[in-house]
Design a protein around this ligand. Structure first.
Ligand code: DX5
Ligand code: ZN
Length: 217
């Protein structure tokens, strides 16, 4: 379904070749570029921070979608705005004041996203929807690529109903592949993050498989 956006996660890319990998996935049809920021504290893994994201910026011609798996969030919002994030997503579980965080993300000039871990109900975002441009439904426990998909179909459908006419994306993150993508799209998701399902079979030296993988999702 071409109204569904595919956002490859560069967590599954060759970390020595980020610029080339980003250019390759965009050339092969990626709609957005998803960047997974992990702090070794909110999640048990560590990736990259604002200087790296700033270095990715000139390579991204589409949309730079930055997913923060960090706590605290607020002290870093301006740094990600300066790095050039288009969308900045914070987890509702990352602190007691997601309302303030979403306000601050918009005040810094970015679109504001809010992410929900698998155990967190849809209702956690009910009272912040007017501050939100994207709800990210995690279909794995965040921290690592390549994990098994957790079915969140009922949560996605509940969010779609709750959102109503608001122009809010529902993004799915974790275990998205050609089997699970139709399930989440059918429930109402419109942005699909995919790491391993996009980058498998290719490399920074042979990026042709990425296009086949994106089209298969
Ligand atoms: C999980 C990350 C995801 C992950 C998706 O913590 O937020 O974006 O990279 O990877 P796959 O598609 O391999 O499950
Ligand atoms: Zn992510």
């Amino acid at each position: 379904d071409r109204s569904i956006k595919i956002a490859p996660s560069i967590l599954a890319a060759d970390f020595a070749s980020f610029g080339a990998e980003i250019r390759a996935i965009e050339a092969e049809g990626a709609d957005w570029v998803h960047i997974d920021v992990m702090d070794g504290h909110f999640v048990p893994n560590l990736t990259f921070g604002p200087p790296a994201v700033k270095a990715f910026r000139p390579h991204v011609k589409t949309v730079m979608d930055v997913h923060l798996m960090i706590t605290p969030v607020d002290p870093f919002i301006d740094a990600y705005a300066e790095a050039g994030a288009d969308i900045l997503t914070a987890h509702v579980e990352a602190g007691p004041h997601i309302h303030r965080t979403l306000q601050a993300i918009r005040a810094a000039g970015m679109k504001a996203g809010v992410a929900l871990n698998p155990a967190t109900p849809a209702e956690a975002v009910q009272h912040v929807l007017d501050l939100t441009d994207l709800v990210c439904v995690m279909t794995v426990n965040p921290g690592f690529g390549g994990q098994k998909f957790i079915d969140m179909t009922t949560k996605i459908a509940a969010l779609r109903a709750m959102i109503g006419d608001r122009p809010i994306h529902i993004e799915i993150d974790g275990g998205v592949d050609p089997t699970t993508a139709p399930m989440v799209a059918g429930a109402g998701a419109d942005v699909l993050v995919a790491g391993s399902a996009v980058f498998r079979g290719g490399s920074a030296d042979n990026t042709a498989p990425y296009g086949d993988n994106i089209r298969a999702i």
